[in-house]
Design a protein. Structure first.
Length: 406
């Protein structure tokens, strides 16, 4: 028996350093994105505009991400992924410095548009980077590690940034995050392994338009599922503070601590997703979405019981905390190697459109049907998103049933 036949196959070392570097880059980018949410009153006072007007900065940023991500990712497909991450982080740093120095609200809007475009391209690149670093069987764990950067931004980055802004001024917070982003760009330069993302053509193979790639149908369908799921989640989560106070009758002073609890619960869910993404990817995803639906239903029905509300709120955070990572893993396994970059960009667009769409739907429902309508809409959209995510499997199952019946 040869040595090759007798020796077990050995996987390459797990790229912890590269993945943690990506997680750090995601941490500072997401912190930069949501930094204004905790500083809106301070920014409004400093610029002499209303809080509602200042709040448009969040919508403008998200809208720029939706509009720019796919186009910029497609235009930069030929560039080195590592160099692109460094350049985009540098642009995000410049955008934050400009925001911190902005003399007028108009200049601040321009800085946020620049930051939104860079943030969209950043996600278009880093969403696919783990798939170039690890083998398919370990992809779920890798994505869970990089996604921890986003969870840490909500649990730690945004609250700390808000505290700094209120202690030293909102301009200081933007300038500080700009400097930290530059430091992370240097870390990426030193520690992020370069990857080969371009797929060479076989001898005699003719390059086809990406729209003709067989995996694109699954990519588009999964983007529709992501959009629907995120609309459902954000219909309620965007207005969770009014819900906790107005529907669950919890004291307003408890909301910051409850939001911190929700973020920490999401981090727990992300750890769980890391365990199930490579072992039970489909069942784990279905289970998490069903638990989200069940916990939101309990929130809607148990408004008179504070302990039940708190438990349901925490369970909701845990269950949904792992859903984005599982969706990203599913996307990278659905897309063919040559469509991964475009799939990552479309995925980023779907996530951000869902966030904005959920906020808009929630606003419309609040103005018409009131708070009780929010969890109902959330459950309905989550159910529809789950069905879209598994539409191919449901179609194949139906075809087999018909074949057996015949």
């Amino acid at each position: 028996m040869s040595a090759r036949a007798s020796s077990p196959s050995v996987l390459p070392p797990f790229p912890w350093v590269g993945l943690l570097t990506l997680a750090g880059a995601i941490f500072v980018s997401v912190t930069s994105e949501f930094l204004p949410t905790g500083l809106l009153p301070d920014m409004a006072a400093g610029l002499g505009v209303g809080v509602a007007t200042t709040g448009l900065l969040v919508a403008i940023f998200a809208g720029t991400v939706v509009a720019a991500t796919t186009t910029l990712t497609t235009l930069t497909r030929r560039f080195s992924r590592k160099r692109l991450v460094i350049v985009v982080l540098a642009v995000i740093a410049v955008a934050n410095v400009l925001a911190g120095l902005a003399p007028t609200f108009g200049v601040l809007v321009g800085a946020r548009i620049l930051g939104g475009a860079a943030h969209g391209l950043f996600w278009g690149v880093v969403a696919t980077y783990p798939s170039y670093l690890v083998a398919g069987k370990r992809l779920g764990r890798a994505i869970a590690i990089t996604s921890a950067g986003a969870s840490a931004a909500f649990v730690l980055g945004v609250p700390v940034g808000t505290a700094i802004g209120r202690a030293l001024g909102w301009r200081a917070a933007f300038l500080l995050i700009g400097g930290i982003v530059l430091v992370l760009a240097l870390v990426v330069l030193l520690f992020l392994p370069p990857v080969q993302h371009r797929q060479p053509l076989a001898t005699g193979e003719i390059p086809l338009p990406l729209r003709n790639d067989r995996s694109m149908r699954g990519v588009i369908l999964l983007c529709a599922a992501i959009l629907t799921l995120m609309i459902g989640q954000n219909t309620l989560s965007t207005y969770v503070a009014p819900w906790l106070v107005g529907a669950a009758h919890l004291p307003a002073a408890s909301v910051p601590m409850l939001l911190f609890l929700f973020g920490g619960a999401g981090a727990v869910g992300l750890v769980l997703a890391g365990f199930v993404a490579d072992r039970l990817p489909k069942r784990g995803f279905v289970a998490m979405v069903l638990v989200v639906m069940a916990s939101v239903l309990v929130l809607a029905l148990a408004v008179r019981s504070t302990p039940v509300e708190l438990v349901a709120f925490a369970v909701w955070g845990v269950a949904f905390g792992g859903v984005p990572a599982l969706l990203q893993t599913r996307m990278m396994r659905t897309a063919s190697p040559r469509t991964r970059d475009v799939a990552g960009a479309l995925q980023t667009t779907a996530f951000n459109a869902g966030i904005g769409g959920g906020a808009l739907l929630g606003s419309l429902l609040l103005g018409t049907a009131g708070l009780p309508a929010l969890p109902v809409a959330t459950i309905l959209f989550l159910a529809a998103g789950l069905a879209l995510a598994f539409a191919p499997e449901l179609r194949r199952f139906g075809a087999r049933r018909l074949a057996v019946a015949d």
